[in-house]
Write a protein that binds this ligand. Structure first.
Ligand SMILES: Nc1nc2c(ncn2[C@@H]2O[C@H](COP(=O)(O)OP(=O)(O)OP(=O)(O)O)[C@@H](O)[C@H]2O)c(=O)[nH]1
Ligand SMILES: [Mg+2]
Length: 238
């Protein structure tokens, strides 16, 4: 199943869904919308997607889509953006890479990304990637990529307490800490083809700082939950 969070993407979402349907006619596509001031939901449905409505925000929209996918018994789940940045052709290789991973991240930084990622973003993503790598204990590069493929059993381990607010690098660190095999693979990406990004330069800076704190917290939190996990006490009182 393909899960696409979308807000105010009416001019783009139809093309994204149509592109996916042309390549994968049998794969259900779910667009999760909230708070759009335009006809995003209408265009998505017209192009053949099932439209779900969620609580506010990107992370909550994803969670709504994930729960739907798991309840539907989807054999794999790919999350991607609805603004045309993620090429539909990469769904197949991402899904195939699940043969050797629980979570596969489509990465702009394993090979050339295919477009000039603005310098401020590139610097922020690289810095966040380094920090997330330290927190996770394994190399992670494109930690803000929203193009990801999940095995359902792995997603089931994450969805119950999936972050409600922001979900990027923190999710990757949590996944690694929970023992999931997280891999990155090169995916060409495009520039947003219009509309408004959820990140302005100012909000992007605040987001990066916040994400850095949350990502560090994941490392500490998961460490603690391992320490106090049931069964880890031997009852001897020693
Ligand atoms: N349902 C829902 N979708 C959202 C929300 N915010 C962003 N999205 C969608 O999430 C996807 C990613 O958002 P973008 O604004 O493209 O974020 P980005 O790719 O990091 O930023 P750009 O590179 O500037 O495009 C897009 O499909 C958005 O429409 C939201 O509050 N609710
Ligand atoms: Mg985008």
């Amino acid at each position: 199943m393909i899960v696409i969070p979308a807000r105010n993407e009416a001019p783009r979402i139809g093309g994204v869904v149509a592109g996916l349907r042309a390549l994968y006619p049998d794969v259900p596509i779910v667009v999760v919308e909230n708070g759009s001031a335009d006809r995003t939901a209408h265009e998505a449905a017209l192009a053949g997607a099932r439209v779900l409505h969620s609580a506010r925000g990107y992370a909550r929209a994803l969670r709504t889509g994930f729960i739907h996918a798991l309840r539907s018994g989807a054999p794999w789940i790919v999350q991607m953006d609805g603004d045309g940045q993620h090429p539909p052709a990469s769904v197949a290789p991402l899904r195939e890479a699940l043969a050797t991973a629980d979570l596969v991240v489509g990465s702009r930084f394993v090979a050339e990304p295919g477009y000039a990622v603005p310098t401020d973003r590139r610097v922020a993503i690289h810095a966040l990637g380094r920090w997330a790598s330290v927190c996770a204990g394994q190399p992670l590069r494109d930690v803000t990529s929203g193009y990801r493929a999940w095995r359902p059993d792995a997603l089931a381990m994450m969805v119950a307490d999936y972050p409600e607010d922001v979900a990027d690098a923190n999710v990757l660190v949590r996944a690694v800490k929970r023992g999931l095999v997280v891999r990155e693979m090169a995916v060409p990406m495009a520039e947003r083809s219009g509309g408004v990004s959820m990140h302005t330069p100012a909000s992007g800076f605040r987001f990066a700082l916040r994400m850095a704190v949350l990502t560090g917290w994941e490392a500490v939190r998961e460490q603690q939950s391992v320490r106090i996990a049931p069964g880890s006490f031997d009852g001897s009182g020693a």
